[in-house]
Ligand binder design. Structure first.
Ligand code: NAD
Length: 487
């Protein structure tokens, strides 16, 4: 039972507004996707709850926004410590709600701790950096630039990395001095409810952080359109990202968008094959492939292709799929029935379009319940098929061969997305050259998908607007004021 639940009926309060837990009228059923059993009922909100939350955040903003960075940093450190203290519980909650193995949930929770600690440092440094002199080509004027928090911000996050996508927005927003209204995904609100409980215990002033659970239409849309919200930061699908941007445009508010991807792993003829196979599996099947950064296209040099495919097939078929709580399980379930059916439709369509199924494509034997799929491998995927061009968001890898470095780059860049790319090569000069030519926000060279809070996150083309993490994540929540004085 979560600390926000009323013991009598087990219904979780889905609103945390102005320092108080409340129940909204909307009923959200949360399931365990590995068992298909009900996990919790959350009493979420609607436009009226958004109204209340924005009002609370607006009232808290003058004091929080003008306070010192050192104070805000101390709050962020207490939140990080609170997450650390409840690490095991958060790992368990996330695996139960998302269906991902405990080892993956542990990576998520550790990332959340690192992100809050990192932005605590940036907040503490802000006091000395808030004003900076501007060199002017005139002795008649003096100028300074001042960084100020942009106000009340709306944060809308998806279900695939619930706590992580929240931390990447929440920590820099609070560090900058913004007050926040957070809307978690209605599919996976449990981790954020626990996080809100940690924040409630951290001594953050009332109204600085508010949480409204609910559906996209009931809560997300009114938040995106609210005139009291200065900035909207959204992570999710492209279709919804466009709607959020349209709603935000009505009140000319800034948006940061982290959207979909269709990224490639490039395996060159001088690659370490074992490493290439491991990176292909990590990029394709971590979180059951439900990753914006999934390298769902694998491009392999034709000299290596036979050997690589044989090894990849053997490795893929050895991946243990099953109960996220069982030791040794490498891949859990998909997040819900809708996502499971969506991925199955993509697999069926890929077969119709002429792609060759090398492995998987069906429910694993011995797992009759839960949204489990075998890791799936396609080759000879037509370039114009949905399987090749669209984000599948499931455990499906598509492999194609290339004849030259130029062709590999062209194939990887031939996408409307540009979030990430990975490459495997022993030739350092080539690796740098190819990394420079790829249209992607992050390129991993001979490396798994490691992400540090200090580095930028975001993509080219339709994958993103803006960057999260690093100092860019902080400046996304700041306004720049130019003060100029006649001497
Ligand atoms: P989604 O777009 O369906 O939902 C995301 C959030 O938006 C949810 O909280 C949802 O309730 C809300 N929402 C839905 N309709 C809305 C509306 N009309 N107005 C405002 N809010 C609305 O995405 P999802 O299925 O939860 O997540 C998967 C998607 O997220 C994938 O496309 C994935 O690539 C993307 N993603 C991107 C990144 C990144 O960093 N680029 C990271 C994680 C996930």
């Amino acid at each position: 039972m979560l600390s926000t639940a009323t013991p009598q009926d087990g219904v979780l309060a889905g609103l945390y507004i102005d320092g108080h837990w409340q129940r909204g009228d909307a009923t959200l059923q949360v399931i365990n996707p590995a068992t298909e059993e009900a996990l919790a009922t959350v009493a979420g909100g609607d436009a009226a709850a958004v109204e209340q939350a924005v009002a609370a955040a607006s009232a808290a903003f003058p004091a929080w926004g003008r306070g010192s960075g050192a104070e805000r940093g101390a709050c962020l450190r207490r939140i990080a410590a609170g997450v650390e203290a409840r690490r095991e519980r958060l790992i368990e909650l996330q695996s139960r709600n998302n269906g991902k193995p405990l080892s993956e949930s542990a990576i998520d929770v550790d990332d959340v701790i690192a992100t809050f600690n990192y932005y605590a440092e940036l907040a503490e440094a802000l006091d000395a950096q808030q004003d900076s002199a501007v060199a002017l080509p005139s002795a008649d004027f003096a100028a300074r630039l001042r960084r100020e928090p942009c106000g009340v911000v709306g944060l809308i996050v998806p279900w695939n990395f619930p706590m992580v996508t929240t931390a990447w927005k929440l920590a820099p927003a609070l560090a900058a001095g913004c007050c926040v209204v957070l809307k978690p995904s209605e599919v996976t609100p449990l981790a954020e409810l626990e996080l809100a409980d940690i924040i409630a215990a951290s001594g953050l002033p009332s109204g600085v952080f508010n949480l409204v659970c609910g559906t996209g239409l009931a809560v997300g849309a009114p938040l995106a359109g609210h005139p009291g919200v200065a900035k909207l930061s959204f992570t999710g699908s492209n279709a919804v990202g466009v709607q959020v941007m349209q709603r935000a445009a009505e009140t000319v508010k800034g948006v940061s968008l982290e959207l979909g991807g269709k990224s490639s792993l490039l395996v060159f003829e001088d690659a370490d094959l074992d490493l290439a196979v491991e990176l292909a599996c990590g990029g394709g099947f971590f979180n059951a492939g439900q990753m914006c950064s999934a390298t769902s296209r694998v491009l392999v040099a034709e000299e290596l292709a036979e050997d690589f495919l044989a090894r990849l097939k053997a490795r893929v078929e050895a991946i243990r799929v099953g109960d996220p709580f069982e030791a040794g399980v490498e891949m859990g379930s998909l997040v819900n029935q809708a996502q499971y059916q969506r991925v199955c439709r993509h697999i069926a369509q890929g077969l119709q379009d002429g792609a060759r199924l090398l492995s998987g494509g069906e429910r694993p034997a011995g797992l009759p319940r839960g949204y489990f799929l075998r890791p799936t491998l396609f080759t000879e995927v037509p370039l114009d098929s949905a399987l090749w061009r669209e984000e599948i968001f499931g455990p499906v890898l598509c492999v194609r061969r290339f004849a030259s470095e130029e062709e590999a780059i062209a194939l990887a860049n031939d996408s409307e997305f540009g979030l990430v790319a990975s490459l495997v090569s022993r030739d350092a000069a080539r690796a740098e050259r190819v990394a420079n030519a790829l249209q992607a926000g992050t390129v991993w060279v001979n490396a798994p998908q490691v992400i540090f809070p200090q580095a930028a996150w975001g993509g080219y083309k339709r994958s993103s607007i803006g960057r999260e993490l690093g100092p860019w994540g902080l400046s996304a929540f700041q306004e720049l004021k130019h003060v100029i004085r006649a001497l």
